[in-house]
Design a protein around this ligand. Structure first.
Ligand code: PLP
Length: 397
């Protein structure tokens, strides 16, 4: 019997690996040091350069870089004018920022359940939850597969509701041949080190609408403008600027923007490797009765940020916790994406209760995230496959 490490067998790996890791090369380091030696550490030329590159990749008309993906979501909510009395619909299977952004503005969050095969928000559920107070839907491209954007756009637009796409997982993904970033009313991104490309910390807000772009740019920087066309009073002189609304300082630095710019040059290389690994995982795990793999969405040519395994508990004698610990013992450190947002004590304090989204809750019980990142070697991928197979075989029932 091939005994798992947790049962006293020899671990499959000698070194530890984790579910995600950034990839930094000499070009990245050079790009950052060049900024450090320059005149501008922030508000300089590196920011627009990276914004231009992001526009080229996503085909969005406007791109505004900001300090992180959470700030990007907050800016998006402010730009559409979400506020007290409004409702924002989102999925519970996401990072809390996707729903916190509505709370920052005083809006209420309404959670819509997921599709149990793709794990993305279910458009029919969304439609059933719309009221006259619904201001926006925040759709998350979970793991990097685009949400059902056309269906969601139709549902939203016939009622004057904004579709915000949280594309923190899906930079590089194409939906029906169109790049993510040019489809929803506003698309937000994150460049945290676990994401497909990184700025250390960083985010972006993308849109095709000029009116929204103006507000997005203002909200990033205190609501302040120097743009003559936007001033409400007559200019006092060359130093003059005005604050038009209450924004934040959500700027990114030139140091981060230069790193992002350099990372974006590697996006197609990152994407190809991620796709290769996903293909190998799908082939390896697709026929194991102990596992359920996330359904591939045909309309989405996906660059995956995460790879999720769902355990088929009817065929396994152990639960997710034990599986997770068994992987740890093999030196493969998994994660869980995500705890349903409304399970958190803070959300409970707002009145959300268990049972709200049964499919999301059921998924949460049985899911884990295995390593997926550009720098994984073929041997790393093999070791993950071997460990998963070993554990499934040992605990099969
Ligand atoms: C990472 C992430 C965010 C937040 O991004 P930060 O840059 O960490 O603030 C938001 N939504 C989702 C789905 C994410 O994965």
């Amino acid at each position: 019997m091939n005994r798992p490490a947790i049962e006293g067998g020899k671990p499959i790996r000698e070194t530890d690996i984790y579910y995600g890791h950034q990839y930094i090369d000499d070009a990245d380091i050079e790009a950052v040091t060049k900024v450090l030696r320059s005149d501008f550490l922030t508000c300089g030329p590196a920011i627009q350069k990276a914004e231009d590159k992001l526009k080229e990749i996503t085909k969005a008309a406007y791109a505004v870089l900001c300090s992180n993906g959470t700030a990007a979501l907050h800016i998006a909510m402010q730009a559409i004018g979400a506020g007290p009395g409004d409702e924002v619909i989102t999925t519970p299977i996401t990072f809390a920022a996707s729903s916190n952004c509505a709370l920052y503005c005083g809006a209420r969050v309404v959670f819509a359940d997921i599709d149990e095969t793709t794990y993305n928000i279910d458009p029919q559920k969304v439609e059933s939850l719309i009221t006259e107070r619904t201001k926006a839907v925040v759709a998350v491209d979970f793991t990097g597969q685009a949400a059902q954007l056309d269906e969601l756009l139709e549902i939203c637009h016939k009622r004057g509701i904004y579709l915000i796409e949280d594309a923190a997982h899906s930079l590089g993904t194409m939906y029906k041949g169109r790049p993510v970033g040019s489809i929803a009313d506003i698309t937000t991104m994150s460049f945290h080190p676990v994401k497909t490309v990184t700025a250390g910390e960083g985010g972006a807000v993308l849109t095709d609408r000029e009116d929204l772009y103006r507000r997005i740019a203002l909200y990033r920087t205190h609501g302040i403008t120097r743009n003559a066309a936007e001033l409400e009073h007559e200019s006092h002189g060359p130093w003059y600027y005005e604050q038009l609304l209450l924004g934040m300082n959500y700027r990114i630095t030139d140091i981060q923007a230069a790193l992002l710019d350099s990372q974006l040059d590697k996006l197609s290389m990152f994407a190809k490797r991620r796709k290769d690994i996903v293909k190998r995982y799908n082939e390896a795990f697709g026929n194991i009765p102990q596992l359920i793999i996330q359904r591939e969405i045909e309309e989405s040519d996906s660059v995956r940020h995460l790879y999720i395994l769902r355990l088929n508990r009817e065929r396994l004698s152990i639960d997710r916790s034990r599986f997770f610990e068994a992987m740890n013992a093999e030196k493969i450190h998994c994660n869980v994406h995500y705890i349903p947002v409304y399970y958190f004590p803070y959300y409970e304090s707002l009145g959300y209760e268990r049972g709200l989204c049964p499919k999301a809750e059921a998924l949460y019980e049985d899911m884990l995230t295995i390593p997926l990142y550009y720098g994984m070697s073929d041997e790393d991928v093999d070791s993950v496959i071997e460990a998963v197979k070993r554990i499934c075989a040992y605990y099969a029932r």
